[in-house]
Design a protein. Sequence first.
Length: 474
Amino acid sequence: MKDNDSCIVKTARVFRCEGRSMAAMRRALFGVAILILHASFFTSSCWAQSDSTKANKLSMDLQFLAHGEICAGGLPKPPITKPDGPEADLSAFLLGRTRLSLNYERNWLEAKITLQNNAVWGMRNNMSVDLYEGWVKMKSKNGFFTKIGRVALSYDDERIIGPNDFATASLSHDVGMVGYEGHGHQIHGIFAFNQNSENVYEGTYYDDGSQYYKTMQTVWYHYDLPKFPLGASLLFMNMGIQAGEEGDTQNPPSTKYQQMWGTYLKYHPKYLTLEASYYRQTGKTVNEKKQYKPIKAWMASLKATITPTDHYGFQLGYDYLSGDDFVPVPYGGTAGLPFHEVLKGFSPLYGSRTKFYGILDFFYTSAYINGFTPGLQNVYVGAFGNPLPKMRLSVDYHYLAVATNLSGLSNTLGHNIDFNAEYAFSKDVSLSVNYSMMAGTETMTRLKQENGSKYAHWAWFSLLVSPTLFTTRF
């Protein structure tokens, strides 16, 4: 079977899809069939349950987030569009996020709808409202469930799959899910198939959509040992990514598949928490030009958190994310994708990155120069405490370095310090204030910035108000 999604014109705007598009469609239909079978099982087994008086629960939640930032240095300066304009290495803005959630529960049925507006104060066309979450979940008495719709996925420590809620728009996925939860076991199967529109004749080409992947199949399994503070998870993802361009004979449309698999462990006795993870990335990766190359990447992490009392604690850890082999080229020249037959730069995909590599999220939000991905080593240590009953203070230091050997440059990228203070005025109202500083090196300048300051300063605050407006039973 050919590995492409090319469509052959038979009549005007009538196409016949071949190859991977049919395989992708079969996978999608197979996932839908599983969901239908599970749904029919739940409805047949759950309708027999007697609904007691006032078995329906309806609630509405409001979440309002006001967020402000002041940033200085650290990133490449954009070209000045106004010749007489100031060349300021400083920015400041305010933004707001408003969410309204409607939740419904019955003994075997759950549903949730969350509407969201997220915009910078003063920007044009900031009145748009989108659907952040919208799903239904059917469950049986023996632990099986089906869930379908737009879901904010979160697994384990959110290193690979999480909502990345610090990015105020956050992440959600259009998926179908089947699973089982009970007796210490949790297993989830997740299926997705994305298209740009309701195609009738034009095949399954997917470009510039809401997700990087065209198809996705994921299996997650977690087990908590009885009477022992150890939990273990296994994760496997297979993503189909659109490659090629329609009408391009040199790079015709095709679906390339990338896999992510690994494990997460958490051991939590009384005063100590140990966490470890290991993931590998294989298959193909596709860049913005729809070109593809093989990828063989991996990452590993270790973290220890010590909490002698409820009032203070310490943490330390190490992250290693593999990087591409360095290609020596003149400064200002090109490096990256065109020079590597196999890519080795690990991508954390849909993880909540600010939880791990510094709140600045400096290494996976913006790209390195010319697409070169040198990987990352992150050695960190921190302390946190509660000087007041409703206050939490923390400070973290990160030593950051590339994961590949560089010719004529130090591996050290820089040093990052994060200071954070949180105060809860009530269970519904909290305030967070943060200051972060990055001291970069010449390696940082050569690989990341090309111009601009080596030093980055970033201060921000977030006011979160999240009350439950009402809860009723009927």
